[in-house]
Design a protein around this ligand. Structure first.
Ligand SMILES: *[C@@H]1O[C@H](CO)[C@@H](O)[C@H](O)[C@H]1NC(C)=O
Ligand SMILES: *[C@@H]1O[C@H](CO)[C@@H](O)[C@H](O)[C@H]1NC(C)=O
Ligand SMILES: *[C@@H]1O[C@H](CO)[C@@H](O)[C@H](O)[C@H]1NC(C)=O
Ligand SMILES: *[C@@H]1O[C@H](CO)[C@@H](O)[C@H](O)[C@H]1NC(C)=O
Length: 433
C-alpha cells in the first residue's frame, strides 16, 4: 500500500492516516519522536538473538508497521549478507579518500550490516521509491565533507536506477549541482563547514590545521542566499569546530578556541558550535518563501583510539559495537547536546511560521561503527601526503549508506507529519516542541 506518497496524497488517505497516528499516540503515550533528548543514553539492551531476516531491497513496499511511531534512531547493527548494494567499480561517485576498496582495505565485513531499530524495522533503501518521492524536487546538503560523504553515498545508492548529470555552475568542487534527468531531481552541495561566515586567518596556525576567523553572528551567504527554493535541506556541522579559531561577534573579537594567544580568552568549542547553529537556523527561519523541510543531520562521532588524530590515533576495529558497549561522551556528547538544544529553539521559532524541522539523528548509529572509517585506506600507502588515519569520514560502501534508509523512511512519513503539524498550527494547539 502506498500511503501518502507523492501523488497518492489525497484527502481520504490523509484522514485515514491521521486517525492512525492519533490511535498510536494514545496507545504509546505522547512520545515526541523527532525532538526528544537522546533516548539511547538510558538505553535498554536487547539480546542479539532477535535478529530479523535480511531485508530484500526488491520487495520493499510501505508496510503498515512503518507508520507506527517508532524511534528509528535507537537500535543495533545486525548482519546483512546482501550488502553492499554497489561497489567501487559500479559507482564512480566515491571520493578517493573514502574509496577503501580501491586502496586495499582487506576486510569486507564492515559493509555487511544494516540498522535495526529496537521497536520496528527500517527497510533497506529502495532507490526507485526514493526517486519517485523526490520527482521534480531538490535536495541541498549544507555542511562539510561528512555531508559530501553522505551525498556521494546517496548517489551510489541511487546508481542502480540512474546517475545524475553534472549541472554545476562553478568549477569549485565544493559547490556541486547534480540532476537526475528522468526524475528532474536536483541534488546540490554547499560547502560551509562552519555554517557561518569565515575567513582563513592563517593557513598554518598553532596546530598546522589553519586558524579561522569565524563571524559567529554572520550568515555564510554562499549558501544562505541560494537555499530558498529547495524542497529539502540537510544541514550538518561538526569536526571543523575542533580547529583553532578566532570567534568574532558583531565584528569584535570575543575569544578564541585554542589560538594560544595569551591576551585572548580561550572559549570552549561548544561556544562557537552553538553560536554557529543559532546563526544558521536564524538564516533558515528568516527565509520568506521557503516551503521545504529542514533536516538537521546530527553529529557523527569519530573513532580515534590509541591517540588523537595527529598522535598516531587509529581506528582498526572490524565490527560494530553493540549499544551496551559504548556511550556517547566527551566532546561528541557536548556537540550532540548543543545541536539538539539549538535545533529545538529553532524549531519552536520556525514552527510559528510553518517551517518544518526534522532530526536526522544519526549519532547513536554511527557511534557504534568504529569499523566504518577509511583509517589508512584513503590513499596508497606509498603516497607521501600529510593524510592522517581517517577515523572521521566513512568508507563507501559502508555504514553511512544507512543514512539513505533513514532519509527515505523520513520522506515517506513526511506527508503525514506535515499535514498533522498544519492542523495543529491551525488549531493553535501546538506544544512547545
Ligand atoms: C576497486 O577495488 C578493487 C579491490 O577491491 C581494485 O582492484 C580495483 O582497482 C578498484 N577499482 C576502482 C575503479 O577503483
Ligand atoms: C524540474 O524541477 C524544477 C524544480 O526543482 C522545476 O523548476 C522545473 O520546472 C522542472 N522541470 C521540468 C522539465 O519539469
Ligand atoms: C594581543 O597581543 C598581541 C601581541 O602581544 C597584539 O598584537 C594583539 O593586538 C593583542 N590582541 C588583543 C585583542 O588585545
Ligand atoms: C615517499 O617517501 C619515502 C621516504 O621519504 C621515499 O622513499 C618514497 O620514494 C616516497 N614515495 C613517493 C611516491 O614519493
Amino acid at each position: 500500500m502506498e500511503l501518502l506518497l507523492g501523488k497518492s496524497h489525497n484527502a481520504q488517505n490523509i484522514r485515514k492516516s491521521i486517525l492512525f497516528v492519533a490511535t498510536t499516540l494514545v496507545l504509546l503515550g505522547i512520545v515526541p519522536l523527532y525532538c526528544n533528548y537522546p533516548s539511547f543514553m538510558q538505553h535498554q539492551h536487547k539480546d542479539s538473538s532477535e535478529l530479523t531476516p535480511p531485508y530484500h531491497a526488491e520487495d520493499v513496499e510501505i508496510k503498515v508497521s512503518e507508520f507506527k511511531e517508532c524511534d528509528i534512531f535507537s537500535g543495533e547493527w545486525v548482519p546483512n549478507p546482501e550488502a553492499p548494494y554497489y561497489t567501487n567499480s559500479s559507482c564512480w561517485a566515491i571520493h578517493e579518500h573514502q574509496n577503501c576498496m580501491k586502496y586495499g582495505r582487506p576486510d569486507t565485513g564492515f559493509m555487511k550490516w544494516r540498522w535495526k531499530p529496537d521497536a520496528c524495522d527500517l527497510p533497506i533503501f529502495n532507490p526507485f521509491q526514493f526517486l519517485e518521492i523526490v520527482r521534480g524536487k531538490s535536495l541541498a546538503f549544507v555542511g562539510d565533507s561528512v555531508g559530501r560523504n553522505q551525498m556521494q553515498s546517496l548517489i551510489c545508492m541511487l546508481s542502480r536506477v540512474e546517475y545524475p548529470i553534472d549541472e554545476s555552475y562553478t568549477k569549485d568542487d565544493n559547490f556541486k549541482r547534480w540532476r537526475y534527468p528522468s526524475y528532474n531531481f536536483t541534488l546540490e552541495t554547499f560547502w560551509s563547514p562552519f555554517l557561518v561566515k569565515v575567513e582563513e586567518g592563517d593557513s598554518d596556525g598553532p596546530t598546522h590545521t589553519g586558524l579561522f576567523n569565524l563571524h559567529l553572528d554572520k550568515f555564510d551567504e554562499k549558501w544562505t542566499t541560494q537555499i530558498e527554493d529547495f524542497d529539502y535541506i540537510i544541514i550538518s556541522a561538526g569536526h571543523w569546530f575542533y580547529r583553532p579559531s578566532m570567534y568574532y561577534d558583531n565584528g569584535r573579537l570575543v575569544g578564541c578556541r585554542f589560538c594560544q594567544l595569551e591576551n585572548i580568552t580561550d572559549l570552549p568549542m561548544t561556544y562557537g558550535y552553538r553560536r554557529a547553529f543559532k546563526t544558521a537556523f536564524k538564516a533558515l527561519n528568516s527565509l520568506e518563501n521557503f516551503k521545504g523541510v529542514i533536516f538537521l543531520r546530527t553529529f557523527a562521532p569519530s573513532h580515534f583510539e590509541g591517540g588523537e588524530w595527529n598522535e598516531g590515533g587509529n581506528c582498526v576495529r572490524k565490527k560494530p559495537f553493540r549499544s551496551n558497549e559504548i556511550t556517547l561522551e566527551g566532546v561528541s556528547l557536548d556537540f550532540y547536546l548543543t545541536q539538539i538544544e539549538e535545533f529545538k529553539v529553532a524549531k519552536r521559532e520556525g514552527n510559528k511560521k510553518g517551517m518544518r524541522y526534522r532530526l536526522l539523528d544519526t549519532t547513536q548509529a554511527m557511534l557504534l561503527r568504529p569499523d566504518g572509517h577509511p583509517s589508512r585506506y584513503g590513499h596508497w600507502p606509498s603516497e607521501n601526503v600529510t593524510l592522517y588515519n581517517d577515523c572521521v569520514h566513512w568508507c563507501l560502501p559502508g555504514p553511512i549508506d544507512s543514512w539513505t534508509d533513514f532519509l527515505l523512511h523520513m520522506l515517506k512519513k513526511e506527508g503525514r507529519k506535515s499535514y498533522q503539524e498544519m492542523l495543529e498550527l491551525e488549531q493553535g494547539t501546538k506544544k512547545s516542541t
